[in-house]
Ligand binder design. Structure first.
Ligand code: URA
Length: 213
């Protein structure tokens, strides 16, 4: 597994305001959206393309177009939805599937409660959107779900990551022999005893959409 922390002053600037507890929900949503677009630029560095012949007004030349099958974007519900528009801005022709994963707050284990994905993901590059790579349980389960359906290249885009989550992904996915990449705006210090990232930004779903009990 490859982890890429995007080290760019604009990313850190937006992340700082995102972390700030005084940032309200509308501003949080806008900043998350902008931050994802910046992360997506790095995350799509290895996106597959095929040659495309065109004529400029001056001469014929060969460029590239996105290869088929189309990349699949998979936001993990609910907080991953807040990252979808930011990614689709760069990849408007990608397909979108949905995966609902919930974390048991006591055991911290993840389980699937909803999915809308193609049955066959053979040969698909997948971009998984999950804002917080905390314990790693949700993301590990989501990645395995996609690999079991045939996905052969997975990039997870996370606003923030914790070392514990990255270690768990490394361990739990060590048997998987396809490229797996995590792209994040920062590798934070640690998890607290409730499984929150420290310093983090709090509950990403609540900050995006409010508390839904
Ligand atoms: N999920 C969140 O929303 N925040 C954290 O810090 C950890 C998991």
């Amino acid at each position: 597994m490859r982890t890429h922390v995007v080290d760019h002053p604009l990313v850190t600037h937006k992340l700082t305001y995102l972390r700030d507890e005084t940032t309200d929900s509308p501003t949080f949503r806008r900043l998350a959206d902008e931050l994802v677009t910046l992360l997506a630029y790095e995350a799509t560095r290895e996106i597959r393309v095929s040659p495309k012949e065109i004529n400029t007004p001056v001469a014929p030349t060969t460029g590239v177009k996105l290869a088929r099958p189309k990349p699949l974007v998979v936001p993990i519900l609910r907080a991953g939805l807040g990252m979808l528009d930011g990614l689709m801005r760069l990849l408007p022709t990608a397909e979108v599937g949905f995966l609902g994963m919930i974390r048991n707050e006591e055991t911290l284990e993840a389980s699937t409660y909803a999915e809308r994905l193609p049955d066959d993901l053979s040969g698909r590059q997948c971009y998984v959107l999950d804002p917080m790579l905390a314990t790693g349980g949700t993301l590990a389960a989501a990645i395995r779900f996609l690999v079991d359906r045939g996905a052969d290249d997975i990039t997870a885009i996370c606003l923030l990551a914790a070392p514990e989550g990255c270690d768990r992904l490394e361990q739990e996915l060590s048997d998987i022999d396809i490229p797996i990449t995590v792209v994040t705006a920062a590798m934070d210090e640690k998890l607290n005893d409730k499984g929150y990232i420290v310093p983090g930004l709090g509950d990403a779903g609540d900050r995006l959409y409010g508390v839904a009990d």
